[in-house]
Design a protein around this ligand. Structure first.
Ligand code: AMP
Ligand code: MG
Length: 394
C-alpha cells in the first residue's frame, strides 16, 4: 500500500495544465487567471474630489474667509480654468480638482449667498482630494495564477481590461459503473439503488470551476464499459466510479488495459478509499475511484480536487489542512490514514457520526474531514487535530 502523498504525486504527474483562453470580463469571475495582466490606465486618472463642496487653495482655508464662486466641476465635466486667489469652484464627488486648487471644503462647512461663500468651520484639515493614481497606476500587475473574485473583476474593469486570459475549464467525464445503479428520478428495480457518486462529484468539481459531464451508467459488462469509455472524447479527465477493486464484476482495470491504458493500480493506505487506479487512455488522464459513496466523495476531496486545481494552474498541493481542537474523544486509529467525517462548530471539531463508508447522511451532515495519521493513539477532547474543510472552493 502507498501513502496518500505518493498517490497524489502520481496524479499530479498526469495533471497537465489546461490551455489558456480569453473570456470577456463578465465571464471571468471564478475563473483562474492564466497570465499576468497590467492596468491600461491610472486610477483615478486625475486628482479627484472625494466630497461635494468647494475647491479652494488650502492656504486660504481660514475661519470666516470669503471666496467668489467662479465655476463648477462635476463628475465627467471638469472646470478648465485655473483658480486664482480668493476664488472657489463648486465641486462634486468624482470631479477633477481644478488647477490652482488643493483643498475641497465640504459644503456643510460654508454658507453660500449668491456667488459668495463664507467658511463657517475651518476645522476640517483633510484635503478631501483623492490624488491621481492613489488606487493604481498604469502598468500595475494583477498576477497569475489567481482565482478571480468579484472584487478582482471590478479591479480589472477599472483597469480597462475587457478580455481576460484564463485557463480553460477542464471537462471531466464521470462514469458510474454497476448493474445495481439507476439514475436519480428513475424507478429502481428491487435489487437496485440510485447512482449518487457521479452527482456528488459533479457538484464538487463544478464548484472549483470544472465542467462535469455525467455519462450514462456503465453496466457490469466489458462491452458496456468499453462503450462508455468511447463516449469520453473531448474530456480532459475521465473518472470512473466503482468496479475498481478485484471482484469478479470489477471490470474497469481490465477494460482500460485492453483499450491501451498505461495504467497504474494503487492500494492507498487510507480510510475510506483504498483502491485507486490512474493512467492515460488515448493521451487523456483517467482516474478510477472506489464505488462506496463516501469513499468516492472523500477521494474527490483528497485526490480529484487537488489534481484539477493543478490542471487549472493553481499549483500541485494537497487539500489545505488546518488545526482545531477536538470537542470529543477519539479512539485509536488503525494502520491507514483515516479521513473521518467531522463537524466543526465554534472552532472545535467532533466526529459527525458513524464512519461507515456507505453513510451519505453522515457525510452530508459533516463540514470537515478529521485526518488521523496511521496508528494515531487515542486522542482526548482538547487535542489539536488536522482538519480539511469540506466547503473549500478556491
Ligand atoms: P464497487 O466498487 O463497484 O464494488 O462498489 C462498491 C459499493 O459502492 C457498492 O455497494 C455499490 O453499489 C456502491 N456504488 C458504486 N458506484 C456507486 C454510485 N455511482 N453511486 C452509489 N453507490 C455506488
Ligand atoms: Mg460495482
Amino acid at each position: 500500500m502507498i501513502p496518500v502523498s505518493t498517490a497524489l504525486e502520481h496524479l499530479f504527474a498526469l495533471a497537465d495544465p489546461m490551455p489558456v483562453e480569453t473570456v470577456p470580463l463578465q465571464a471571468a469571475a471564478g475563473r483562474v487567471l492564466a497570465q499576468d495582466v497590467h492596468a491600461k490606465r491610472t486610477q483615478p486618472p486625475f486628482d479627484a474630489s472625494s466630497m461635494d463642496g468647494y475647491a479652494i487653495k488650502s492656504v486660504e482655508a481660514e475661519q470666516h474667509a470669503q471666496f467668489k464662486v467662479v465655476g463648477e466641476a462635476a463628475a465627467g465635466h471638469g472646470w478648465t480654468g485655473t483658480l486664482g486667489a480668493g476664488q472657489a469652484v463648486r465641486i462634486f464627488t468624482g470631479a477633477p480638482v481644478p488647477a490652482g486648487a488643493d483643498h475641497v471644503i465640504i459644503q456643510e462647512n460654508v454658507d453660500r449667498a449668491g456667488d459668495l461663500i463664507t467658511i463657517t468651520d475651518a476645522g476640517d484639515t483633510k484635503s478631501n482630494i483623492r490624488p491621481a493614481g492613489v488606487d493604481f497606476t498604469q502598468g500595475k500587475a494583477v498576477t497569475a495564477p489567481r482565482r478571480l473574485t468579484p472584487g478582482d473583476v471590478a479591479l480589472l474593469a477599472s483597469m480597462n481590461i475587457a478580455d481576460v486570459p484564463v485557463r480553460r475549464r477542464p471537462v471531466v467525464a464521470l462514469i458510474s459503473t454497476g448493474d445495481e445503479l439507476v439514475m436519480p428520478g428513475e424507478e429502481p428495480g428491487p435489487d437496485q439503488i440510485i447512482a449518487s457518486n457521479t452527482f456528488g462529484l459533479a457538484a464538487m468539481l463544478e464548484a472549483i470551476g470544472c465542467i462535469a459531464r455525467i455519462l450514462p451508467i456503465a453496466r457490469d459488462t466489458e462491452a458496456s464499459l468499453r462503450t462508455l469509455l468511447g463516449l469520453t472524447r473531448g474530456a480532459d479527465l475521465v473518472v470512473t466510479i466503482g468496479g475498481a477493486s478485484v471482484g469478479d464484476h470489477d471490470l474497469v482495470a481490465r477494460v482500460a488495459a485492453e483499450l491501451g491504458m498505461d495504467q497504474k493500480f494503487y492500494k492507498v493506505a487510507m480510510r475510506p478509499g483504498k483502491p485507486l487506479m490512474a493512467g492515460r487512455l488515448g493521451g487523456v488522464a483517467m482516474v478510477g475511484l472506489p464505488g462506496n459513496p463516501v469513499s468516492a466523495m472523500v477521494c474527490g476531496t483528497i485526490f480529484l480536487t487537488p489534481m484539477l486545481r493543478a490542471m487549472l494552474g493553481l499549483g500541485a498541493a494537497p487539500a489545505k489542512r488546518h488545526q482545531v481542537p477536538l470537542s470529543c474523544d477519539l479512539g485509536q486509529n488503525g494502520p491507514r490514514e483515516h479521513y473521518m467525517r467531522g463537524y466543526v462548530e465554534a472552532g472545535k471539531v467532533r466526529d459527525a457520526g458513524a464512519q461507515d463508508s456507505s453513510l451519505l447522511s453522515v457525510l452530508a451532515s459533516a463540514n470537515a474531514l478529521i485526518v488521523r495519521p496511521p496508528n494515531d493513539p487515542p486522542r482526548a477532547s482538547g487535542t489539536l487535530v488536522d482538519i480539511i474543510p469540506l466547503t473549500q472552493q478556491s
